[in-house]
Design a binder for this molecule. Sequence first.
Ligand code: 26Q
Length: 801
Amino acid sequence: SFRSSTSPCQTSSRALAEAMQRHLFFSQAKSPSLATRHDHYRCLALAVRDRLLHNWVDTAETYTQAQVRTAVYLSAEYLLGPHLDNNLVNLGLRQEAEQACHELGLDLEELIREEPEPGLGNGGLGRLAACFQESMATLELPAIGYGIRYEFGIFRQQITTQGQQESTDSWLAQGNPWEVIRPEWSYPVTIGNHTVIGVAYDTPILGYGVRTTNTLRLWAASAPEALDFASFNAGDYTKAVLHKMQSETLSKVLYPNDEPEQGKRLRLSQQIFFVSCSLQDMFRILRGQGLPAREFHRKFAVQLNDTHPAIAVAELMRLLLDEHRLDWDTAWGVTTASLSYTNHTLLPEALETWGIDLFQQLLPRQLEIIYEINARFLRMARIRYPGQPDKLARLSLIEEGPHRKVRMANLAVVGCHHTNGVAELHSELLRRHVLADFAELWPDRFTNVTNGVTPRRWMAVANPALANLLDDVIGSHWRRDLTHLQALGKHTGDDAFLQRWRGVRDASKQRLVQHIHQTQGILLDHSSLFDVQVKRIHEYKRQHLAALHVVERYLRLRNGEDLPPRTVIFGGKAAPGYAMAKLIIRLIVGIAEIVNMDPAMAGRLRVVFVPNFSVSLGQLIYPAVDLSEQISTAGKEASGTGNMKMALNGALTIGTLDGANIEIRDQVGADNFFLFGHTAEQIHEFDRMGYHPMPWIEKDPIVREVIELIGSGHFSEGDRDLFHPLLANLTSHDPFKVMADIGDYRQAQNHVDACWQDPSRWARMSVANTMGCGFFSSDRSIQEYAERIWKVAPVPVEATT
Ligand code: 26Q
């Protein structure tokens, strides 16, 4: 049968090549002479898909038969990145695919680059969700991820002299071989006086070296009726299709902001849309197992990825009360026993709220339920805190005032059994500041789970040369248990090993040099220090601090100082409505233009802004980083995960005591980390006492010169006004305290230069970074969630089909 012909044991390069040829005819309907590179990519993708279907079907069958407790991840974003290479690695088919392509006269790497990446996320939060899916599968945990199948993902970024230009990301334009539509699983969601239908699209999530293949189920919005026939028959064709268009708008596009915008009706609609579909699907699964609604919490542990799905608290209550007829107390017990919440931010302005009016319009029944939850909660709190109306006002799910609002974080904490932060410092600050009143009320609900990243994508796929070296030196177990990296400790004194290490790193840098040369026409020197900051552009991440330092190096070099050659690489998207972030991009581009043109900078300093930073570009860039810039104002970056990806691949970090930087420094050793800057506590103290940049500037002649040069129009074709808003901010009220940290940053950078001058010392520090990063596997994070929060255990998948 066709099944035995694709069973794993018969998978060989020959069979894979034949399968590709079959798909060219039967799926692409083409002869070889007409086939495009994209056709060949699709043929390989489909051939690989054929080979994972057994595992996928067996996994679903195993979970159904065993009636297992299941982890459910609810996230509005999944920044998956391309599937092909990752799936080949996780299936153990990478070499066969290379050979098969070779036999067909194709280049595997070229085909891998053909895949448009599903950019269904903004940055860290979305990428974390993707790493977590892969780790849950690798750990053989029964799990489902639910989200939205955005037709357009995060916008494509082009960089011109004008700065960032956005265009739409049509990732589905050429079809998607990795998804399966499930029209039989679709659910109605009523929003205001409209009902839309959510249709399931499933994507397989492969564990590494195991049969487990979990499902990521994304909802696409469709209209209950394609046409309003009354309008159609009356000749009003526009009106006839209006409702269909309005419905489909729901899953049309990802919001490109990584902070909430006020009152966007469509965004709230997206949230209830995917949350309601997901919960209805869970009840369908529950029913399929013959379990009653009141057992929901026994079957499912549901993790809320930030407050974007926090409406689940009210929607689950609504379904239990109205559809499944449970009484309030039972329903509340089920809800709070099912849900748990991860917070990803410390910026108070980034806490999500929704105006009562909008809520009332779109979700009147859910609002009624929120009022009832709040009334019962405050009744309890009033007994605990008699005569403390201020405290009760802070705890309330409703923000009072002229425009009353629902506070989604408060709703999440009240409706969940656990709330966690994503790094030690972040969790501590949640308990002490952002959610202090709740932490006092329910100390046991608060916990930390430090983020992690998957070593499969971020080492095995992104850095195969390093993976090979590790296999030779410490064996291959690190892919499943990253703590094995500790074993590198025995080799730090081995010169032959250090030579190979440097060879691997140099090859990665050359690969990046080639890419930047081909795409931007800039030729970089791979032997220079690669100093990299890639992440969303945000004032709190302080790309402008790094930019000011570049200008300082430019001045010092022009003054004849001898500094070791550096290549400074920036990348990242700015939210389209975030003017200051866009101005920071213009500053970097302006600096790059002047520096790269100046003959005096040749061989000493280069500045590059890599456009359209993405998962694929991350895979290319992270292995090539010598110096990882993690320079956020202390107390502002919840965790960071790019910091982990770079250190894991052998970069040294220059960083503040913020987010997971602190834990990275603890793990790799303070001697192998370039620390600078004020602590979160000191920054907090600035805010309490009043922060004034001028005294810092007055005692720092270099920074004055830098600011004057930028203000003179040197980097803006003589335009003295362009950067004024940025400079005015830095010199007056700057909430991110750039001037307070820039002196210490300079000293740390000088120390970087000194260490770089000693290549074997740098190599040993690099090894120490990789070696110490075993803790930052997302497998470890997921194990903590599974054991401490979800109480979900592994279930190995049997071959059943
Ligand atoms: C909310 C409402 C309306 C529109 C947009 C949003 C929105 C969307 C995305 C708000 C926030 C985000 C993304 C936040 C994010 O990526 N946070 C990062 O999460 C990482 C994973 O935990 C951390 O490592 C980073 O420190 C944190 O910034």
